[in-house]
Structures are given as structure tokens and as C-alpha cells.
Design a protein around this ligand. Structure first.
Ligand code: ASP
Ligand code: MG
Length: 409
């Protein structure tokens, strides 16, 4: 008997037929004698529709009310799935995030989970129930409803699996697993059978939409194995887990190409070249919970620097307001905001032992006449910010250039 946490994304629960399919899948595992906890997302595009609806009534609705609204999407699915299981003759009960004991920080729309007190879930599992939990939501200590950021149901699932000490966490989605890049853009992309938490974290952070980056962080921290697979078939998907050193050595130097179109680049010119300037800018951004990705500081003239950085396009309006204040504070001459930016990244565990990998990436981009605007590296990734119009060409060239077009052995 195993304790299994399964998570089904929006496309897997989009309509009654899908919900029935999910219920059958959960029941199959339960009938084999397993204890089941199921985390679900909002049905289909419900979250997007709710956002549109809100915008129609108030372009600048408060984050608190947005969380209140968006959390209802998942709440619909938990009750519908539970009713379906009940109709099939199974004991099942639904819990919202706060009923499930998910405590989050007091940050609307992208709250992090602080802790989970899953005693209600444990009680019901012990009584033989299938427990269905709303993804993407929790509550603060003072009882405010929060959401975990788009795609956050994955994180709910892995965090619950970790808190419950589950045997593993299955993330069901509409693709067969994690691919070397998005197969919608590159048909030659292929499924990765097994990947380390570190590589997956980079791929997810760099824009591979299949898993929410924070769920990979949680999995890594608690050693909770994640199986990403399709809810439409029984094929084995991708296992995300810790690799031993030996396995890492055997990895190819590049295991995936990730990309993100949702990037904006900000530059401030003539920032005084003195201790504290950069600290001031990035403190202001962090206070507003704006994630900064790539940063470049370049000497411009004597005593003056140009500071450029990238953020998610979603944060552009907020950032503009803040940086115009900074410009005034620094007596800087100019600011520049470019939204038409994309980021392309190559990720691979063996990269640090293959110094030629970055050089090869730049060379491939150069041969395709693609200008690199910013570069960022880590032990296992190299990212370049490029013009968004060049993105598809870049991804295809890198995928082919690093030998990923061929099926893995
Ligand atoms: N429903 C939320 C979203 O669409 C959370 C999730 O699906 O994971 O982003
Ligand atoms: Mg998702």
C-alpha cells in the first residue's frame, strides 16, 4: 500500500467527461489498495476567464480581491470531482487549501507556502476516504485567502506529498512528460525519461511551462519524487528525482532548451557609480515582490553606470512607476523599457564540466544572425536575452545544434 498524491491540471478536468476520466483514474489506484490524495486545478481556462471578468469591472482590482475570486476556480473542481467519486460509490471528501491546513505568507497572488498542518487530511485518509484538495491556494495566519501564483497547483501537490510523507507525487497534464523543448514549437523535441531536480528547476524557471518552478524546489528540498505524465494515456512520463553523481556524469551536456517570451528589459542610464546605487534599485523592486532575472551593470562614462535588468512583462507597469522614481532620485538622464524581449536558455547537469557549451551556444546564435542582449549563467544553464522576433529561430537552431533533435538512447 502506498500513499499517492495525484495532481490534475486544468486541461485534465476541463469538462464533465474529463472529470469522470480523472475520477476513474483515481479510483483505479485506490482499488489497488493505495491511499489517495488528489489535488486539482480550476477547470480548463476558468482562471483566465475569472481574470478577464475582473478586468472588465475593475482594471486595477486589489490583489486581495483577485485572490478571493481566483481561489473559487479550484473550489468548483474539488466539489465536482468529489461528487463524481461519490456517484461511483467511493468515499471521498473535498477540502479547500485552508481546510487542508496550508498556511502561506501574507502576499497576495504569489504567496509561498510556509507550512502545512495536514491532520484533517490524515484523519480522512485513515477513515478510508479519497481526499480531494484545491490547488493553488492557502490562507495566511490571520485567515486571509491567498493564491500561489499561476500554475501553483503543482506546488500544492508536491508540498502536500512532502508534508504527508507520500511515496510519490504524480502530476498529470496534457502532455506525455517533460520535453527537450516545447514540441509545439519544435516537432523534433522528445520526452526526457528522467531528470534531476536541479536541471528541472532550471528548465521550469527558464520557462518550460510543464511544472511550476516552486514545486520542483519543494520536491528537491524534501526529496519527494515527482512523476510528470499524461492524464490521457497510461504511458510512463518523466521522473524528476535526485541523481547520484555517476548518473550526472553520464548525462549529455545539454538536456533541454527552455524559453520565455514574457520578458521585459529595463535600463537606467547615468546611475551614479558609488556604493549603494544598485542596492537601492533592487531593494525597491524586491519590496514590491518583483523578481529580477538577468542584471548587467556597465561603466558608461566616468562616475556613471548603466544598469539593465530583465523582469516578467507582467510586472512592467509596476516597475516603470518605480524606476521613474529612481531616475528622479539618482538624477539619471534616461530610462528605457523594452517589452519585445525573450529569453532562451540551455540547461544541462554536465554543463559545468563542459566549458565549450556556452561558446557553442553563442556561436549557434551568431551563425543565425541573432543578437544577444544579455547573458546569465549558472552551473547548469546559460541564458540569453534576445529580440522576441528571433525566438523561434533561436530555439530550433539550439535544439538541433546541441543534438537534441535525435531521440534519446
Ligand atoms: N488555476 C491556476 C492557474 O491557472 C493554478 C493552476 O492551474 O495550477 O494558474
Ligand atoms: Mg500547470
Amino acid at each position: 500500500m502506498a500513499l499517492i498524491v495525484q495532481k490534475f491540471g486544468g486541461s485534465s478536468v476541463a469538462d464533465p467527461e474529463c472529470i469522470r476520466r480523472v475520477a476513474k483514474r483515481v479510483a483505479e489506484e485506490y482499488d489497488e489498495g493505495n491511499q489517495m490524495v488528489v489535488v486539482v486545478s480550476a477547470m480548463g481556462d476558468t482562471t483566465d476567464h475569472l481574470i478577464e471578468l475582473a478586468k472588465e469591472l475593475n482594471e486595477k482590482a486589489s490583489a486581495r480581491e483577485m485572490d478571493m475570486l481566483l481561489s473559487t476556480g479550484e473550489q468548483q473542481t474539488i466539489s465536482l470531482l468529489t461528487m463524481t467519486l461519490n456517484a461511483m460509490g467511493y468515499k471521498a471528501i473535498s477540502f479547500t487549501g485552508w481546510q487542508a491546513g496550508i498556511l502561506t505568507e501574507d502576499v497576495s497572488s504569489k504567496a509561498k507556502i510556509l507550512s502545512i498542518a495536514p491532520h484533517r487530511i490524515e484523519e480522512k485518509i485513515a477513515e478510508g476516504y479519497i481526499v480531494v484538495v484545491a490547488g493553488f491556494q492557502g490562507a495566511t495566519e490571520s485567515g486571509e485567502i491567498t493564491t500561489l501564483g499561476r500554475g501553483g497547483s503543482d506546488t500544492t501537490a508536491v508540498a502536500l506529498a512532502s508534508a504527508l510523507n507520500a511515496d510519490f507525487c504524480e502530476i498529470f497534464t496534457d502532455v506525455d512528460g517533460v520535453y527537450t523543448t516545447d514540441p509545439r514549437m519544435v516537432p523534433e523535441a522528445h520526452k526526457i525519461d528522467r531528470i534531476s531536480f536541479d536541471e528541472m528547476l532550471e528548465l521550469a524557471t527558464m520557462g518550460a511551462g510543464v511544472l511550476h518552478p516552486r514545486c520542483v524546489e519543494v520536491g528537491k528540498e524534501f526529496g519527494t519524487k515527482i512523476h510528470v505524465r499524461s492524464s490521457f494515456n497510461h504511458n510512463p512520463g518523466t521522473i524528476v528525482e535526485h541523481f547520484d553523481g555517476k548518473a550526472i556524469e553520464k548525462q549529455m551536456s545539454v538536456s533541454g532548451v527552455a524559453f520565455d517570451r514574457n520578458v521585459a528589459k529595463i535600463s537606467i542610464f547615468d546611475v551614479p557609480d558609488r556604493p549603494g546605487s544598485a542596492a537601492r534599485i533592487f531593494k525597491v523592486l524586491s519590496e514590491e515582490h518583483i523578481n529580477v532575472d538577468m542584471i548587467i551593470q556597465a561603466g558608461q562614462r566616468r562616475n556613471e553606470n548603466k544598469i539593465s535588468f530583465t523582469i516578467s512583462s507582467d510586472d512592467l507597469d509596476k516597475t516603470k512607476t518605480l524606476m521613474e522614481e529612481m531616475k528622479w532620485e539618482f538624477h539619471a538622464k534616461d530610462t528605457e523599457y523594452i517589452d519585445n524581449i525573450a529569453k532562451v536558455s540551455i540547461v544541462g547537469a554536465g554543463m559545468i564540466t563542459n566549458p565549450g557549451v556556452a561558446a557553442k551556444m553563442f556561436d549557434i546564435l551568431a551563425k543565425n544572425m541573432i543578437n544577444i542582449q544579455m547573458i546569465a549563467t549558472s552551473e547548469i544553464k546559460v541564458s540569453c536575452a534576445i529580440n522576441e522576433d528571433d525566438l523561434e529561430k533561436a530555439v530550433k537552431a539550439l535544439h538541433a545544434g546541441f543534438g537534441l533533435d535525435m531521440p534519446a538512447e
